[in-house]
Every structure is written in structure tokens, then in C-alpha cells.
Design a protein. Sequence first.
Lengths: 302, 280
Amino acid sequence: MISLQGITKRFGRRIAVDNVSFEVPRGVIFGLLGHNGAGKSTLIGALLGQVFPDRGRVLVGGHDVVRHRGAALARVGAIFEASSFYDYLSGETNIRILCEYSGPVDETELRDVVRLVGLESRIGDRVGTYSHGMRQRLALAQALLPRPDLLILDEPTEGLDPEGMHETRNLLLRLNRQWGLTIFFSSHLLAEVQQLCSHVAVLRSGRLLFAGRWHGVGPAASAFSFRADRQSEAESALASAGIALDFASGGRGRLAPGQTVHTVARWLIERGFEIEHIGPADTDLEAFYLDMIRQGPSHEGR
Amino acid sequence: MFAKHARNELLKLFARRRTYIGFGVFLAVEAIILALLNMDVVLAAFGTLLANNGLQISDCYTGLTLATFINFFTVTMLFGLYLALVAGDMVAKEVEDGTMRMVLSRPVARLGLLAAKAIACATYTLALGAFIGATTLLAACLYMRGVGNLMVFGPTQRVFAVFGPSEGLWRYALSVALMCVSYQLVSAIALMLSCFKIRPAAATVVTVTVLSVDLALRNIPFFQPLDHYFLGYHLGCWIRAFRSTLLWPEIVQSLILLAGATLTCWVIGATQFCTRDFKA
């Protein structure tokens, strides 16, 4: 759906994005992670043809965004961190104005989308009177018109209350499952990305550290947990033998290179420990992300 | 599709309160000038001026004369300022507010988008110019209870003429039309500046500065022989509609020069708008 090929962008002497390449498969929810200033917004700008890369190509739906902007963005919807509208116009007029840049507005589709985001009772009111949550819902409504294949979201839940974040997440999941939408979004909220995304890209200082399916990849994949009769003794023994390390609470640790959960279990049994439970630890995106950030450049996922 | 974009730009422009500030201010200024012209001391000065030129105040102190008089002041002082205010906002304000990113996430061609904005600016210039011309004439004629003759006196523009009511009305209409066309350049300058990475207020200030510097330099005696090189000379071509004998070649020459300058501003603005990055 999206193909970034060697994207480099400088602003003055600062390199915002440095030779970034990855692919976003059709139908997935793809998260873009990185610290402030990592280059996430620049990359999203390049995807939408708002930022011209110094080097490289951006293809959306097989079309070059710079050369064939119309074709590339014809089936793309976008939402930004701070959704901006013409506050002095009604929600409906705002949607109409924005949608007409993509083509004629289908009245039935418009009504359906407004109902979907729950704005039907306020759509005729001036946007200036909307709350932040309502503005985000309006942003989502305009992004879904006309019906897109790809949704690009730059920090879509930023500033929303917990209920609003929950609603937005559920709506994105529904859109992905029911409409088959490809969703590409950047967020600081790792828990949110973990819940939504099967694939991620991690940026640090404009460089790509990882891109692809994140489950079971990288150092976080070596996390395991176990429960034994003499827990602390077992942990010390494993650590001394160099089989596992970095134990935290709840018997959670990391396998040493070359070790598997299976070898750890056998090693413990051979030494007379009684194992209640042992297995790979639930992979946590935070751990994965931090590992990636510490580990450094490029790690290609599946 | 382009017609819809242009219509939407006009909708965005004319739905905003700020757009109407200019209309309101001109009405207020017209009322103030009319009130001042009613003062005895002003009437006396006016009478003396006419008497010195062998004219009667009863023949020349008319609705049409007052309307032209008011236009001289308001247009010179304020028309450019309000055009700069509105046109300077066209791109820069949308960038500042973040709506430009929303628009540019759509499959719209940048050049087409800017062309729609340029049309909105041009329409606003025409609308405000026509509004000034019509309301000034209406207010002055109501005040004087009639149209009457037209007496125009502008020594710096080498204009001194008296016309009957019908010729006067035609000259007045021509001057308003020329004013609307020539001031397109001011809108174009502000729109061009608005396309750069600049705050909306800065686009307005720079445009007004260009006009002010032009005016100041024009009034320096050493530069009088170079008068026709200044923007103000050509922007003032609408005043030449009041010369006793209409010198069309001179007016057309000014219009061609202004059109060339306007086109240049559009090209520079479009080049910048189509090649710049839009980023939060």
C-alpha cells in the first residue's frame, strides 16, 4: 500500500529523515514510533505530498506522491494531531469543502459517516463551538470521505480523554476489520500502538531502526517467565550458569543468546526444581521499543 | 471541479467576519468625511477654492463631487491596506491555523488551489472597490439630495475639470472600474508574500510597507522626473479618468504595466507555493 524508498529530508543543516525505506502491506494497522523530533511528522508529510523529499521516492497505492499526487492521494484520508477546521463554518460545510477537493460528495455516504462518528446532532453547528473530542471526530469523518483505502493519522488520540481514546481505538479497529482499511499512524502512546498495530516502524533521530511485524522480533522476543518452587534460588542459578539474565519481578527474565525456553526448563528439572509454569513472556511493545532504541540501527522485521 | 474550488475559496473568504471589517470601516470613514464637510470652516474653504477658479459653490458642491472627494481620501489611505489584510491571510493564515495541511492531504493540485485563491482575492478586490464606489456615491447623493455636476481638483495628478451630471456619472463609474482593476496588484503582492513562510500579519505589513515606501519616494522632489516608474503613479490611473480629455493610451499603458506586475507576483507566489514544504 505504501512504499518508502530511500527517503532523505533535510531542513537546513539538520537531517530530519535519513535514507528511510520500508513497506506497509495492504490491510494492516501500521504504527510509526519514535521520540519527539525523530522524523515521524516529516515522514507523514512526505506520504501526503506536503514535504518534498531531497532523495528517494514515496509510493502510495503504486503511485509516486510527488509526480502523481492526484492518483496517489485519491483514496487516502488523513488526520493530524491538532485537527484544524474553519471554525466560523459548520461541521457539515467543513466536510463538504474538504471532500470536494477529492471529488463530488455522495450525500448518503456523508450522512452515514457523520452517524458513524456520532456527530449527527451537532453537524450543523459552527466548529468553533465543538469540544476537542468532537473536532477529532469531525476530522475522522472528513478523512473517511470519500471512502478511502488508506488512513494516515498523526497522533490521532493526542489530547483526548480516556473515553475518547477508547472510542477512537475501537473505531479504528472496526474500520480496519469491516472496511479493510490500511491504517498508518504515529503515536507516542505505546500501549495504544500495542493494542492496534501488528506492524511498526521505529525511528530514532531520522534513522529507521526497525520496520515490520514486531511480535516475536528483537531482544524483547527472548523474554520469558517461569514459576518454580524455589524461585529466587532458581533465578540465581540460571543467572550464574549464564543461561538466563536480567530477572525482574514475577520470574520474568531474558534468555541468553543461543538458549531457548525448552533448554531452560530441562536445565531446571535436571537440577531438581519443580516448575509450575514456564513460557515466553507476553511481548510488551514498550520493552520492544526500548530494546530497539538501545540497540541501534536497522532491524528488518517480517 | 476548479469552479467548485473557487466557490469554496469565496465561501471561506466571505463567511469570515474579518473580511467585512474593510466594508464597515469604509462606511464609517465615508460618514466621518461627510460630517466634516458639513462644517462651516470647510465649506468656506471649499467656496474660496471654487471662487478663485471662477466657479459657484451651488454648481459644484454636489453629491458627485463629494463622492469623488471622499474616494480620493479613502482609497488612497485605506483601500490598499484592507486588500493587503485580506489577501495576506489567504495562504499564510491557513498555514498558521493548520487548515492548509488538511486541504493538502487531499488529491488537489497546488497550482489549482492557489489559482482558486487568486480568484477569490481578485473577486474581493472587485467587491470592495465596487462597494466603496457605490456606497460613497449613494451616501453623498443622499446627503446633497441629488447627483449634480462633478468638479474634480487634484493638482498633484494634474486634474482639474467640471462635468455635467451624465458625463460626471460616466467618469465616476470609469474611475471606480479602473480603481478595481489597478488595485489587483496590491492583492497580488499580498497573496504572493502570503505564499512564503511568513506570518499573515507580516504579509500585510510588508505589502503596506511597499506601498508606503513607494509613496514616500514618489513625493521626494528629486524623484519627480521618475514619477512614472513608481507603482503609485500607475495605481492612481483611476484618477486620470477625471481629466477633461481622457488620455486612453496613458491609462492603458498603466493598466498593462500593472497587469505585468500582477502576473509577475502570481508567478513568484505560485512557484513558492508549489515548491515549499508544509509541515506542522
